[in-house]
Write a protein that binds this ligand. Sequence first.
Ligand code: NAP
Ligand code: ZN
Length: 352
Amino acid sequence: MNNVKAYSAASAKSPLAPTTIARRDPAEHDVQIEILFCGICHSDLHYARNEWSDVMPTIYPCVPGHEIIGRVTKVGYAVTKFKPGDLAAVGCLVDSDGTCPQCEAGLEQFCPNMVLTFGSQDKQLGGGTLGGYSDTIVVDEHFVLRVPSNLDLAAAAPLLCAGITTYSPLRHWGVTKGKKVGIVGLGGLGHMGVKFAHAFGAHTVVFTTSPSKKEDALRLGADEVVISRNADEMAKHVGSFDFILDAVSADHDINAYINLLRIDGNLTLVGAPDKPLSIPAFGLIFGRRSLSGSPIGGIAETQEMLDFCGEHNITADVEVIPIQKVNEAYERLLKSDVKYRFTIDMASLRSE
Ligand code: NAP
Ligand code: ZN
């Protein structure tokens, strides 16, 4: 067992603060990674503050972080995919049973026994699994991803959650050229959704509450931008969308978006507000529209997404911060003041 530096929250009301945590020694199939960059997902904030207490009560102390890129420092003797010195990445999943039909289909995100990078029970060490706001992490090689060598590492880290969480539903719902696609909320997830929808050839429309993000939305690949608080702008799009991806982190009027779907159109929620959303039946009935959700993606699809990003030179737009600024970054997330993902340079943790 190794003791390593990390940042953790001790309770829903306490800020993240420096601490020391235990990491297991790499077992036969494990890869030990020195973390170089870790993105800040809004899920980190929801979880650290126990906002999902009904579904997933937080295990304290909690170390968030599931957008991890680093360098391999040690491998177990049976590891074949990685060797010390390789770049490696870890997303939201660190284990699953490997035997259920979902795992056999490469859909580990639906495994009943999946282990999340933070917030699951740690079978080896007890307590909760601890995430990437830390010096190192030890993960079974099946859950470790390869990073295309042409990508900037700080900007690639957010692909491990924001990237796969938007790539997967856009692929699942057949977003291609000729489709009209909406992306709601231009934060970490939303801006990756725009990049992918654009790369897949769809006519891409961004819905934002922040007029100051309009120019950026166009630069990121949007064909049109709608200020969602403007009812006239919204009305122009009624009944016209094949697919809408909702990446909003807080309570909002989802019916306004259901009404924008065409017949048989689908709205998929990836945003996970703490409070239930109100869904009027008629918005769905008229137009046989459907409403879905989507969690992250499986390991094979995550690798596919990373390779796609390597081929098309796609990364997140990041503001790189030292870990000492993580609490400030959380406050800015709550004000939608992020362009468009914070990434922690983990060298700042080691120099403390
Ligand atoms: P983020 O960077 O904070 O972006 C959220 C965006 O939502 C904001 O930038 C803002 O965009 C919009 N927004 C915020 N408050 C709003 C409000 N009251 N009304 C309308 N729009 C509002 O968050 P993120 O990291 O992208 O995560 C977004 C959500 O997805 C979170 O709930 C997170 O937990 C969830 N998530 C889910 C999965 C999954 O597997 N399904 C994975 C990762 C994250 P504008 O300024 O453009 O309006
Ligand atoms: Zn996330």
